[in-house]
Write a protein that binds this ligand. Structure first.
Ligand code: HEM
Length: 374
């Protein structure tokens, strides 16, 4: 048999049947900083370079396209969300997001899970993604902010549509379809920021607060879903290992199997890094999930290891000015879910061997996760 030497492909264009860890490991060794011609972007793999870019004052969040078809509220959201803003606007928006976040009361994720599971006939197989992972994070926020049943239902049911505001390449048709959802959620968010006494007489300040409450809902959706899926998979897979605490399992899951794989930046000026120059105007893909496999920071990085001392040094929540403000809440949420499952079910079975993944490339999310709980 003749073996032809294939040119290695380092560009991930979908998650199905792609060994992403092999690509990350190879790139960490061979090209920790790499210009990817397929993506027209610099791709940053190593822990050190990811850190540098995330903390660099001139590596900006790419501005969202705020096309004319958006309703006024849609435009406000895109302009005001902390996740999408830079500079002085980001300072104001992040402060608003943190002020709203601080109003979220502590709620047991286990109790919310119980509520959800009570609605599923005992003994039935069900899809953890649809039934639990897409619902629980937002319900935790809604309950923590005392939303009433009707408003919670509207936000939770429409979040899957609302989050599409973050997608690039939206058509006018997509936007017109999205506008009514944005407008209703905006009114609901205005009502609760009022109840929470967060609105002042100043219109612009109020708009930033309202938008950033909605921003919290949007941010919790995909990443929270992925974290609940990957934590469950690892809880079952490693149940024989000595588990020293559920938070530890969640931390190692965030390092080894992160739901969020990368984030983008735009160079505002020339950036010198790793002996290269990223030119002003060039796009940078920061591969957080590859940094988590960097052997300069994590010994035997490919191994899922609950005893490693530094698993919480992963970059899955980002770093620098835009780092995730909900990290502790997320870890506690996932740990609480694992604890509840362990305490209440002797037999948790994953009914799938093969998984397919959503098409988004910044996150790696299983489409379906069929399980049974007994
Ligand atoms: C309740 C759930 C969550 C909420 C409310 C939330 C909220 C936020 C917010 C508001 C930001 C923007 C911060 C800023 O720009 O100043 C952010 C950033 C971020 N979040 Fe979260 N988040 C949640 C869950 C997660 C999870 C589960 C992950 C990962 C597993 C995650 C990963 C990130 C990352 C990587 C960033 C930084 C993005 C960047 O720098 O480009 N988040 N989050």
């Amino acid at each position: 048999m003749i073996y032809r030497k294939e040119k290695m492909n380092n560009t991930i264009l979908n998650w199905n049947e792609v060994d992403h860890r092999a690509i990350y490991s190879r790139q960490l060794k061979e090209n920790p900083l790499y210009y990817d011609r397929n993506l027209n972007a610099w791709v940053v793999y190593s822990y050190e370079h990811c850190k540098t870019i995330l903390q660099h004052a001139d590596a900006l969040i790419p501005p969202p396209l705020i096309e004319g078809a958006f309703s006024e509220n849609g435009k406000l959201l895109l302009k005001s969300m902390a996740r999408l803003s830079n500079g002085g606007q980001h300072d104001t928006s992040r402060a608003a997001a943190m002020a709203v976040f601080a109003k979220i009361k502590l709620v047991s994720a286990g109790m919310i899970l119980k509520d959800i599971l009570d609605g599923i006939p005992t003994g039935d197989d069900f899809d953890w993604v649809d039934a639990v992972a897409k619902q629980l994070p937002v319900r935790l926020l809604l309950k923590g902010l005392d939303f009433n049943a009707d408003d919670s239902k509207y936000v939770a049911e429409n979040l899957k549509n609302l989050v599409s505001i973050m997608l690039p390449n939206k058509t006018d048709h997509d936007i017109q379809w999205l506008n009514p959802v944005v407008d209703i959620v905006y009114q609901v968010a205005e009502k609760y920021t009022g109840i929470l006494r967060m609105l002042t007489g100043e219109k612009q300040t109020n708009e930033v607060v309202i938008s950033n409450l909605i921003g919290l809902f949007i941010q919790c959706y995909d990443a929270g879903r992925g974290l609940l899926c990957n934590s469950l998979l690892n809880m079952v897979k490693y149940k024989g290992n000595k588990i020293t605490g559920w938070n530890k399992l969640v931390d190692e899951t965030l390092r080894h199997d992160p739901p969020v794989h990368n984030t983008r930046r735009l160079a505002a000026t020339d950036i010198a890094i790793g002996g290269q120059t990223i030119k002003a105007g060039e796009t940078i893909l920061v591969v957080l999930a590859a940094a988590n496999l960097d052997e300069n920071v994590f010994t035997n990085p490919a191994q899922f290891d609950l005893t490693r001392g530094n698993n919480d040094q992963h970059l899955t929540f980002g770093l620098g000015g835009h780092n995730c403000l909900a990290k502790h809440l997320c870890i506690d949420m996932a740990a609480d879910v694992c604890r509840f499952l362990e305490e209440n079910y002797g037999h948790i079975q994953i009914l799938q061997r093969e998984f397919t993944y959503e098409t988004q490339l910044n996150v790696r999310l299983v489409k379906q996760l069929m399980i049974s709980l007994k």
